[in-house]
Write a protein that binds this ligand. Structure first.
Ligand code: DGI
Ligand code: FE
Ligand code: FE
Length: 396
């Protein structure tokens, strides 16, 4: 029977330690291949800086280039959003019903295996292959192995020498020194070329390069325009120019990403403010953007996060920064609608007037098109004294 070892992770970035454990595990069970499965987004909350999915995938491919029995699957990244191991394994076993699967995990994961989603089902589809990360307590591992065995989950403990290598430390080394001998040379070339891991996460020139491949040329030009306009307004009104630039360049970071996975992340976050996202798909990108900044980009400043989250709908009680981003989005140099000149002038002279002008226009358009108006937009209208037009005798 042919055997496959499944090895999932964020690979952020993939390093020599990952590859050594793959090679060791493959030899230990004489498997026919090891399948590396970069995750789109880890199911548990990620704290750190996560390189874009396509970059992590590309680095994995470069890393296994000369290793014959190692392959990279883009299945989870292709699906986007969270993928649970049980779902991935189900897909793999359906595709290859004759294959025997091993799941390669570390001891920390092994000891908490019963917290995984549908862990018994995982145990029916694969045996666990446990690699030590550090000198662990063998007794404890054996006890865990026995307990799982009783529940029908087979496992094998590898005797590998633990490797003192972690992606977190490698990221720190890269940021501090610009290089690391713990990643393969071709991976190092790639990440240096893309500037991954090398910068302070809030450095603007780097962020401009970061977002470029994530969006269309049109959206990219718009983002640069909003950054510029937001910085300009922040200067004029005494807001934090750096925060305004940051929120401006990143406000539409999720705009061109597939909506399904983004929506999944939003629903899991629980921050939905009464919005029916299925009925208002245009609102997905701002809520998803606020999450993306935190889960992928190590940006946690609540003011910046809220400015991104409310840039489409507005809300009652907006901060100065939120107001600036909301208005800069509509008055950046790439905007060309009819009365953009009026809006630009209002932005310079009268922020309140600008809010009233744009809210009036937005709810007018939405009502005309029979689109729902979300609770936050309604509250913002109430605050600014903007009336929501009624259609057929009632507000939509
Ligand atoms: O992302 P941008 O195109 O730069 O601009 P944006 O984030 O302001 O998105 C504008 C879209 O959002 C526009 O089509 C109007 C829509 N929108 C704003 N508020 C609401 C809304 N759509 C619905 N359904 N409900 C709202 O309250
Ligand atoms: Fe937007
Ligand atoms: Fe925008």
């Amino acid at each position: 029977m042919s055997q496959t070892i499944l090895y999932g992770g964020t690979f952020n970035p993939i390093h020599k330690g990952h590859l050594e454990i793959c090679v060791y595990a493959r030899e230990a069970v004489d498997a026919d291949r090891v399948l590396l499965m970069p995750a789109a987004l880890p199911p548990h909350k990620f704290a750190g800086w996560l390189a874009p999915d396509q970059d992590r995938l590309a680095m994995c491919r470069l890393a296994v280039r000369d290793l014959e029995l190692l392959q990279v699957s883009e299945y989870e990244i292709g699906r986007g959003g969270h993928s649970y191991t049980v779902d991935t394994l189900r897909e793999l076993t359906v595709r290859e019903p004759e294959e025997r699967f091993w799941l390669l995990i570390g001891t920390d994961m092994f000891l908490t295996f019963t917290q995984w989603k549908d862990w018994q089902k995982i145990g029916r589809m694969a045996s666990l292959l446990v690699a030590s990360r550090e000198e662990g307590d063998r007794e404890q591992l054996r006890a865990c192995q026995k307990a799982l065995e009783k529940e029908g989950v087979a496992s094998r403990l590898l005797e590998n020498a633990p490797l003192p290598m972690s992606s977190t430390e490698i990221r720190r080394e890269l940021r501090e020194t610009g290089t690391s001998n713990k990643v393969l040379p071709q991976v190092l070339d790639y990440l240096q070329e893309r500037g991954l891991y090398l910068h302070d996460p809030e450095e603007l020139p780097y962020l401009r390069e970061y977002i470029r491949p994530l969006m269309t040329d049109y959206r990219y030009r718009h983002s640069l325009g909003v950054e510029k306009q937001a910085a300009c307004m922040a200067e004029q009104y005494g807001a934090d120019v750096h925060k305004a630039s940051l929120a401006g360049i990143l406000h539409d970071v999720c705009k061109d990403m597939p909506k399904g996975p983004l929506l999944q992340n939003i629903l899991e976050s629980g921050i939905i403010n009464g919005i029916d996202f299925a009925a208002c798909p245009q609102l997905i990108h701002s809520y998803a953007g606020a999450l993306y900044l935190q889960s992928h980009m190590e940006i946690h400043d609540p003011e910046v996060i809220d400015a991104v989250r409310y840039h489409t709908t507005a809300r009652a009680g907006m901060s100065l920064l939120e107001t600036i981003i909301y208005l800069a989005d509509l008055t950046s140099e790439d905007r060309e609608y009819g009365d953009v000149g009026v809006m630009r002038r209002l932005c310079q002279e009268d922020l309140r007037g600008a809010m009233i002008h744009t809210l009036t226009h937005t709810v007018g358009e939405l009502s005309k098109r029979g689109k729902p108006i979300c609770p936050d937009t309604r509250e913002a209208c109430k605050e600014y004294g903007v009336e929501i037009p009624t259609v057929n005798g009632g507000a939509i």
